[in-house]
Ligand binder design. Structure first.
Ligand code: NAD
Length: 259
């Protein structure tokens, strides 16, 4: 039995890392998946991987921080499948990591806009379709949404991730009457492309490379987790097995947040 048979899922940031692994996992479990990402190439790659395995996918190139992009994305899903059951607001960036007196206001805004405003717009425009039959919203925050980072420079990122946890709790309460559950995944270090993008940004502004807290995952002798492990948690939260779980941050970090 496929856990998401008959369901339609929207996944943002589905062109890479956690979003891509979840898109493949959801499709394998019978969902039709709207694969949304900023990067055209990455969208194509994920859609191809799903369709090659006999799954159904709709590729959407969009910027989650843009109103018109997200309105059009939902319109595309409505035209294609006319339903929506699961929304995974996962797209995000580390952004520029810099001391608070060095980070430029535009750099601050970019992180907040993609991570927080992007989550808001994704959920806002998905709601009319989600309300029809109820469903599940998942949000990717971070362990840094609920504690401080062990090195400095990530203030904008941590603020955006902490706000996502508050967003999940408030919307869980507000949307309970529509039988919409909202949960928030807080990963520790996961092996994806996100850290490379950060180093690239810091290189562009001629700043020292970020020193990420390496070797700090107690459960795996320091090694990061992988995107498939997060996808399995997303699958559980999206499925009926999690039917009484809402408004909950769930850590998936090999005990990283406990040290
Ligand atoms: P990733 O870089 O591999 O994937 C992120 C994807 O989001 C990329 O495909 C990128 O193109 C897309 N994206 C970026 N900006 C976008 C925008 N404006 N609109 C649409 N798509 C956009 O990284 P990942 O690690 O898979 O990140 C996914 C989520 O996990 C992020 O929210 C991130 O903050 C969170 N997270 C990651 C880690 C980690 O260690 N990898 C830890 C904690 C939280």
């Amino acid at each position: 039995m496929q856990e998401l048979e008959g369901k339609v899922a929207l996944i943002t940031g589905a062109g890479s890392g956690i979003g891509q692994a979840t898109a493949l996992c959801f499709a394998q479990q019978g969902a039709r998946v709207a694969v949304l990402d900023l990067s055209d190439d990455n969208v194509k790659q994920t859609v191809e991987q799903i369709t090659q395995k006999g799954g159904q996918a709709l590729g959407i190139v969009a910027d989650v921080s843009q109103v018109s992009d997200m309105q059009q994305a939902i319109e595309q899903i409505q035209r294609q499948w006319d339903r929506l059951d699961v929304v995974f607001a996962n797209a995000g960036i580390n952004g520029v990591w810099a001391p608070i007196d060095e980070i430029e206001p535009e750099e601050w805004d970019q992180t907040i806009n993609i991570n927080l405003r992007g989550t808001f717009l994704t959920v806002k425009y998905a709601l009319p379709l989600l309300k029809v039959a109820g469903g599940a919203i998942l949000i990717t925050s971070s362990v840094n949404g609920t504690r401080t980072f062990s090195n400095t420079g990530a203030t904008a990122y941590s603020c955006s991730k902490a706000a996502q946890v508050a967003f999940a709790k408030m919307t869980a309460l507000e949307l309970a009457k529509y039988r919409i559950r909202v949960n928030v995944i807080c990963p520790g270090a996961i092996d994806t492309h996100i850290d490379q993008s950060t180093q690239q940004r810091n290189l562009e502004r001629e700043q020292e490379p970020v020193v990420f807290p390496e070797g700090k995952t107690p459960l795996t002798d320091g090694a990061p987790g992988n995107a498939e492990q997060v996808a399995q948690l997303a699958l559980f939260l999206a499925s009926d097995r999690a039917s009484h779980i809402t408004g909950t941050p769930i850590w998936i970090d090999g005990a990283e947040s406990l040290i």
